[in-house]
Every structure is written in C-alpha cells, then in structure tokens.
Design a protein around this ligand. Structure first.
Ligand code: ADP
Ligand code: MG
Length: 224
C-alpha cells in the first residue's frame, strides 16, 4: 500500500486581479520508506502542493490519501494531531520561534502533544548531536545562522519520527557544497527515524541524493 496517494489534485490561487490554476491534476504516489525529490522552477506550485499535503490549505479538486486517511476530510483538530505525530514539515522559512532556545523549539510540539519531557529531551539532544548543534541547544533561534536554523528545523520535524517528512526548499539559500550536506543529513536522519521524505526544490541536482526524482511542470507532476 502507498503511504501517500495523490489523485488529480487541483488548486486555483485567487487574488484580487487574477486567478492562477497552479495545480492542474497532480498525481503522485509514495511508498513507505521512499525518499523523493520533487523538482521544479520557482513559482510552479511546489509550496502550494506541500501546503495541501500538510492539510494547511484545502484543494479545489482531487484527493490526498495519507496512510489510509483522506486528508481533505479531516477536522482541524485531526489535522493538527496529524502534523504533530505523523507528518513532519520543514518550512521554507523554518518557522522557529525566534526568542525561544533551540532546545525549546524542538520540545514545543511534543509538549503540546503531552508527551513526557524526559523522553522528548533525550531525542532532541540526540538529534542536535547528530547535526552538530549540541553546543547551540541553549542559544536563542534568533542568534543562529541560516544553515543552523535549517538543520534545527529538520531536527524539529523528525523528532516524533513522523511517517512522512515534507521539506520545502530546505537548501534554498545555500551553496552547492552545503546543499549536499543538507541532502545527506535529510537522507541519514530520515532513515534513522524511519520516515519517508518528499523534498521540493528548484535544484535539479537534488534527485541524485534521493531514491528518485519527480518534475513539476504545467501544474502536473511527472517522473524525471
Ligand atoms: N495567495 C496567492 N494568490 C495568488 N497567487 C499566488 C498566491 N500564492 C502564490 N501564488 C502564485 O502561485 C504560483 C505558485 O506559487 P508557489 O506554490 O509558491 O510556487 P513555488 O513554491 O514552486 O515557488 C506562483 O505563480 C505564485 O506567484
Ligand atoms: Mg516555494
């Protein structure tokens, strides 16, 4: 069974002057354990697709099945729970709380989910060690560099060992050497967490680091 099954997904983005049919029948399947890079130029609809998959926006047509559940049919509470437990999201602009420490940023979602602090803390420290941020765990997020925030956001998303990690341009502003490092990190950490990955990026090189690549073009997704 597929972990993720997207069928004929459609989304029109409407602003005051225009309406843009961004997703025009996206089909895509992901098996449990698979790591996939979804590549496409800026503005082609990658973030829109991730927002729909994470249940942050509603589709105008089609369906998303995640682990047997129809995402479009879940309530807000169910979606919030899904994002805390089963679906990790690394946003393009990290969305860490700037005045909280790195460790607290990692702990917060699990605390909201009423999970035991000692268990959360152990896992958080373990992840921070693995990405070379052990010494920064009590620094505030607004004191960290872009690359450090990027790694921290990946740790936060993988902390609950989600079934699927969605990552939106996790290497957006990095040079090619550092991009490679982040891809490598995503691969090894997701393997360790037992998480599948759907990573969207405009970097055509990214597919080489994942199990396979997909291309987003004209509002649709095809193998590449
Ligand atoms: N709120 C919005 N209203 C209208 N158009 C939007 C809105 N947000 C994004 N768009 C447009 O939709 C298209 C897809 O955006 P996006 O999903 O962010 O692309 P990507 O992540 O691939 O760069 C772009 O052309 C963008 O300008
Ligand atoms: Mg985007």
């Amino acid at each position: 069974m597929n972990l993720l099954e997207v069928k004929d997904l459609r989304k029109v983005l409407v602003s005051t002057e225009t309406s843009v049919p961004v997703l025009q029948g996206v089909n895509l399947n992901l098996q449990a354990g698979e790591r996939v890079a979804l590549i496409g130029p800026s503005g082609c609809g990658k973030s829109t697709l991730l927002n729909l998959l994470a249940g942050l926006e509603k589709a105008d047509g089609g369906s998303i099945h995640f682990d047997g559940k129809e995402v479009g049919a879940l309530s807000r509470t169910q979606l919030a729970q899904l994002r805390r437990r089963e679906l990790g999201v690394v946003f393009q602009f990290f969305n860490l709380f700037p005045s909280l420490t790195l460790l607290d940023n990692l702990l917060l979602p699990g605390l909201l989910d009423r999970r035991p602090l000692s268990q959360l803390r152990g896992r958080a420290q373990d992840l921070l060690n693995q990405v070379g941020l052990r010494d920064k765990s009590s620094a505030r997020a607004n004191e960290l560099s872009g690359g450090e925030l990027q790694r921290a956001a990946i740790c936060r998303a993988l902390l609950p060992r989600p079934k699927l990690l969605l990552a939106d341009e996790p290497t957006g502003s990095l040079d090619s050497e550092n991009r490679g490092r982040i891809y490598e990190l995503l691969r090894t950490l997701s393997q360790e967490s037992g998480s599948s990955v759907l990573m969207v990026t405009h970097d055509p090189e990214a597919a080489a680091w994942m199990d396979r690549g997909l291309l987003m073009r004209d509002g649709k997704v095809e193998p590449c």
